[in-house]
Structure formats: C-alpha cells, structure tokens
Design a protein around this ligand. Structure first.
Ligand SMILES: [Zn+2]
Ligand SMILES: [Zn+2]
Length: 361
C-alpha cells in the first residue's frame, strides 16, 4: 500500500469514528453518566478507613482564585465521624468529590471569622442537615464572635430551610436541624499555655489555642488527639510560639503558607497597571501570614513528623511551581513537606506511627 492509500484509509476511519460519536452522542452521554453514578453515588470514604486519625484536605486555597483549590477546609475523620476545620468557598463540593458524606459531620471548628474561612458554610450546613436528616443544628465551635456568624447565616438561610422542610417533609428535613448552633469558647482561655479543651468524646480531644493573626482577634488553631495520634491546624498566623508549643511532637502539622517572593510579582503588576489599592492589599497580607520557610521552622522546632501546607498564597495551579513556592523551606525542616492539594487524604492509623497519603479525587 502506498503512503497515500494509508493516509486515505486513516482519514476514512477517523470520519467513521467522528460520525459514530455524533450519531450516538445521546446514548454515549447517558452511559458515561451511568458509569460516573456507579462510581460516585453513595460513596463513603469514612466507612472504608481503619480506626485512627484521618485528615482530608477539602480546601487548600485562599481568597485568590485557584481553579484546583477550594477555600480553606480540612476534614478530620475519627471513628466514623467527620469534623471540619474551617469551611471556605467550595468546601461542600470538595467533600462530596472526596466521598466524605456531609451527613456524617459531627461538628465544625472555625479558626477565625475572615470571610474566606466561613464562606463555604451554608452549603455544608444544608447538606449535613439533609444528608443526615439531623434534628439538631450543626455545632459550630469558635471563639467569641461565632454567635454572630452562626446567627447571621441562620437568618440568611431561614427561608431556604422552610422551603426544604415543606418540599421534602419534616421527616427528611426536620425543621429543628436547620442551620448552625454556635458553641463559643473563650479566646482568653485558649491563650493559656496548654490551650483550652473544647471537645472531648469517644477518645477524641480537640484543643483550641490562640495564634497571631493580628489585627484579627480572636484567631485560634486546633490540635486533635486520638488513639495516640495527633494533627495540628495552624489557622491563619505569623510565627507563633504558642503554635510551636501546641504542635509539640504532633504527627502532622497542617500550616498556612504565603510565599512573598511570588506574591511580589502580583503586587508589581498591580502597581504597573495602576491599581495601587490592590497592590497595597498584597503588601498588607504579607504581615499576617507565615512563609513556607517559617512554617518549616515551626515544624522543626515543634518536632512534628510531617508538614502539610495549605491556604496557599499566591495560587499554585501547577505542581511544577511548587519548588518556587517552597523557596528554602526544605532547608529549614528535614521531614516531609507536602504542598496541599484538594482531595488528599492523610491516614494515621491507631497503633502505628505511619502517615499514609492518597488521593480521593
Ligand atoms: Zn485570615
Ligand atoms: Zn485566610
């Protein structure tokens, strides 16, 4: 066969395939959706993990747009229950894609009340209520101010709640389970050297501790201890001796990170493009966040086994860019450092000292 004949046969085959794809577009689309439904609907990651402490990243982004990252959200899975730390925009969708049923959420812990840490709450609260047919509102823990956040969302979504109860019936959507129940604790008490235990049940202890995100007050981090395993969430903070002390010997430290060397590129463009007010905001945010190198310093001083970075500023759409984002962090800490990505799950099984990592999407 000549080269021309081969090319002609190839072209004819391509036309046939394209023709079939066009003719059968509807049945193929239906089949693809059925396959997707088979693999995703009713998926329950929580039921598949062994006893221990498991940390899912349901949002590793920040207010800056990152197509691959929801706003700040971490899910701690313990003994069949799910606890969230913060709920930034998009966290309900991430949880769903991770196969973590919102109906299993036992409580939500807020680190502070910046919009990016709370703007994903309404869909999470709604899905938890309906998904678990809960008759009591979601406990929403936080320092003073959490009442304002909870009550505000409860008011804003009150009508939505009545529509859903009316539509699906009180058995499926009990009116008493709508919204959030504020569980305020004292930020002053959380500033004590040992922090403040804010939750204790079934072997899980959650301790809140103050961090330094001034002028944002209050601002806290959380430590989860269960079955001899531990994970610490920094919340938003600069270098904080209290965080270092509370992270002492923890298995995992999930720490926010802002890389000024990269953010300055954004700031320069804003200045060049005559947007001085936004450029000023880029300069302002550097002074109340920690760099990857500072997060690594905290990890080293606290003696944690592994460091995960979240709340990434600026956005990191490609993992190729992680080396630039990390800067010199690996020189500051010789344990494993992971640049957090949505969908990651870190498993710390009971009775081991291992930390296994996998992707849920
Ligand atoms: Zn903040
Ligand atoms: Zn933030």
């Amino acid at each position: 066969m000549t080269l021309r004949r081969i090319a002609f046969a190839g072209l004819a085959l391509l036309l046939v395939v394209v023709g079939l794809l066009v003719v059968f577009q509807r049945p193929i689309g239906t089949r693809v959706l059925e396959r997707l439904a088979d693999s995703q609907v009713g998926r329950d990651t929580v039921a598949t993990v062994p006893d221990g402490l498991h940390v899912g990243l349901c949002g590793t982004g920040s207010p800056m747009p990152d197509p691959t990252r929801a706003g700040p959200c971490s899910a701690v899975i313990v003994a069949g229950k799910v606890f969230l730390v913060d709920s930034g925009e998009g966290s309900a969708r991430s949880l769903s894609r991770m196969g973590i049923p919102a109906g299993r959420i036992e409580a939500i812990f807020l680190t502070h009340f910046h919009s990016d840490h709370i703007d994903g709450l309404p869909p999470v609260l709604m899905q938890r209520w309906i998904g678990g047919t809960h008759a009591r509102p979601t406990p929403l823990f936080g320092p003073e101010g959490v009442e304002t956040v909870a009550n505000g969302f409860n008011v804003a979504y009150a009508l939505d709640g009545t529509y859903r109860s009316a539509h699906h019936g009180a058995a499926l959507a009990p009116p008493s389970g709508h919204g959030a129940m504020p569980m305020a604790f004292s930020a002053t008490a959380a500033a004590a050297p040992a922090g403040l235990v804010v939750y204790r049940a079934d072997g899980l202890v959650v301790t809140a501790f103050s961090v330094d995100h001034g002028p944002v007050h209050p601002a806290v981090g959380y430590r989860f201890d269960y079955a001899g395993r531990s994970v610490v969430f920094s919340g938003d903070t600069v270098r904080s001796p209290h965080l270092t002390a509370m992270a002492r010997d923890a298995d995992l430290l999930v720490h926010e990170a802002l890389q000024p060397a990269l953010l300055s590129a954004v700031e320069r463009r804003l200045d060049e493009r005559d947007m001085p007010h936004l450029a000023q905001i880029m300069r302002d945010i550097v002074n109340y966040h920690a760099t990857p190198e500072q997060a690594a310093d905290t990890a080293r001083e606290a003696g944690v086994d592994a460091l995960v970075l979240n709340h990434l500023v600026p956005p990191q759409p490609l993992d190729y860019g992680y080396a630039a984002f990390l800067g010199d962090a690996r020189k500051h800490y010789d344990g494993p450092i992971t640049v957090g990505e949505d969908g990651m799950l870190f498993s710390l099984p009971r009775g081991t000292d291992t930390i296994a990592r996998k992707r849920l999407f």
